[in-house]
Ligand binder design. Structure first.
Ligand SMILES: [Fe+2]
Ligand SMILES: [Fe+2]
Length: 164
């Protein structure tokens, strides 16, 4: 169980590092660092939605899991924020969502803590699935008119304030 927690929380740190690097210079966005962040966050969200949340839902035998709806809305907002080309206000919005989101996943009573209740068999299965989880296909940024408005709505739906 510890392995899963460590794996996912160190992924949070790794992704924070890329995002910090993306905006480290005041006058330009570090495009390769942002591309690594984007690819990594899409994979991280994929692992949570396709492996972790279903494993916890099986554990709860169909009962509603506290906090899943909010985490899913946050994931929707984050994925939407990765669609347009990056700007400082977009990155700043991502950072503020991730700060609260990651803390709530990792914190006491958070979704990662539920992992402690998985059986040994389930834990082994989740570890195997995480290790085998493929890279997620990444589309080019979408620059069409109106894309920022769509992104803004996804951010607001999740209860966050868009800074763009
Ligand atoms: Fe998440
Ligand atoms: Fe996460």
């Amino acid at each position: 169980m510890r392995w899963i927690y460590e794996y996912l929380s160190s992924d949070h740190l790794r992704l924070d590092g890329y995002l910090e690097k993306a905006v480290a210079q005041p006058d330009a966005i570090d495009v390769p660092a942002y591309a690594e962040f984007r690819k990594g966050l899409l994979r991280h969200i994929g692992m949570e939605e396709k492996i972790l949340f279903p494993a916890i839902a099986r554990l709860k035998e169909g009962l509603k899991v506290e906090g899943f709806d909010k985490l899913r809305l946050d994931h929707g907002a984050l994925v939407a924020l990765l669609v347009p080309p990056p700007s400082r206000p977009i990155i700043s919005t991502i950072r503020s969502i991730l700060q609260a989101h990651n803390a709530s996943e990792e914190g006491v009573g958070g979704v990662y803590a539920e992992l402690d209740s998985l059986s040994e068999e389930e834990t082994a299965k989740v570890i195997d699935q995480l290790k085998a989880f493929p890279e997620v296909p990444v589309l080019p940024h979408n620059q069409r008119d109106g894309i920022l408005e769509i992104t803004r709505r996804a951010v607001e739906r999740a209860g966050h304030r868009p800074e763009f």
